[in-house]
Design a protein around this ligand. Structure first.
Ligand code: ADE
Length: 313
């Protein structure tokens, strides 16, 4: 990849951290590079993402890679060398798009309509020197798995570039010269990176202060630090009885400490039933209290044993 991986936590290495802010910034800017900008409009103009933009916390600038292709047909793909099925994304339009945009201030985009006629000068031989390194993330099923901790880490950046791959894949030189990180949203193949990019924009944005209506924000979302990386327990609202199923007594008791205790147990129980792997991670990270462990054991959980063996003997 073009630079070292900015998603890795490497406290000793200062070089990448120039673009990481000490505390989560109040705003985040995404530059999205895609062949299908209209795929984003619905998702970005509803609900939480719409509100985050209106509050000035989230900014998304969509860039049509095709606008940066200079031939008559605005070609962005080519046949694979060596033969084989499918087409491959060509390097020039995409590299030109990303380098042009990232050497300009956040929010800059080609003027509407006359886009390809007004392309700023660009060198095919020499990459520009950027004042501020920005992570350039390729969405691909071959990437590192995106999860809540990656979302939290991405939210520390003020600006991120998301590159939506299409066709059978991208020319390898895009990877070696432009891309700094590769992310996958799961072990399945989408028709392109757009849906993955939207998932990432959404997950990162909701971690930012001021995006969610309530004070605790995303702190108690499943997988988040506030929940020790566990799943959330069940939720209830009115009516108190629905088809014979009644809201648990404790939730209507008004006793906050008991409610918190019940919620913690439900979170542990649900995680035990559905994602026991998360309990192993939480144990390793020291996130489970002795009371948590006792409760889980009473429900049949077997704490992971330390398989490392005695050290130094
Ligand atoms: N592009 C195609 N499939 C993808 C996936 N699973 N994650 C991210 N980008 C993709």
């Amino acid at each position: 990849m073009a630079q070292s991986n900015v998603l890795e936590e490497r406290p000793d290495d200062q070089s990448d951290n120039a673009c990481i802010q000490e505390e989560a910034p109040r705003t985040i800017h995404f530059d999205v590079f895609t062949l299908f900008p209209p795929m984003f409009s619905g998702a970005l103009s509803e609900s939480i993402l719409d509100r985050a933009q209106k509050r000035g916390i989230l900014q998304v600038t969509l860039h049509n890679i095709r606008d940066y292709a200079t031939d008559r047909h605005h070609t962005c793909d080519g046949y694979p060398y060596g033969g084989g099925g499918g087409m491959v994304m060509r390097p020039e339009p995409l590299v030109r798009a990303v380098e042009t945009v990232l050497s300009r201030p956040r929010g800059w985009r080609l003027p509407e309509g006359r886009a390809h006629l007004d392309l700023p000068a660009w060198s095919a031989d020499q990459p520009p020197v950027l004042r501020q390194p920005t992570p350039v993330i390729l969405l691909t099923p071959q990437g590192r798995r995106f999860d809540q901790s990656v979302a939290a880490r991405l939210s520390m950046h003020g600006r991120l570039a998301l590159v939506c791959g299409r066709y059978e894949g991208v020319d390898e030189r895009i990877r070696t010269q432009l891309i700094t990180d590769e992310l996958s949203i799961g072990d399945f193949v989408l028709s392109g990176g757009e849906i993955a990019a939207l998932a990432i924009i959404d997950a990162v944005t909701r971690t930012l202060p001021g995006v969610l209506g309530h004070e605790s924000g995303a702190l108690y979302d499943s997988f988040s630090d506030g929940l020790s990386g566990l799943l959330e327990g069940p939720h209830y609202t009115r009516p108190t009885a629905f088809r014979g199923e009644v809201v648990p007594e404790v939730l209507v008791s008004g006793h906050h400490a008991n409610v918190d205790h019940w919620r913690r147990e439900q979170s542990l129980l649900r995680t035990l039933q559905r994602r026991p792997d998360l309990l192993a991670q939480a144990t390793e990270a020291g996130h489970l209290t002795p009371e948590d462990r006792q409760f889980l054991s009473s429900r049949g959980w077997q704490a992971p044993t330390d398989t490392a063996g005695p050290s130094g003997s």
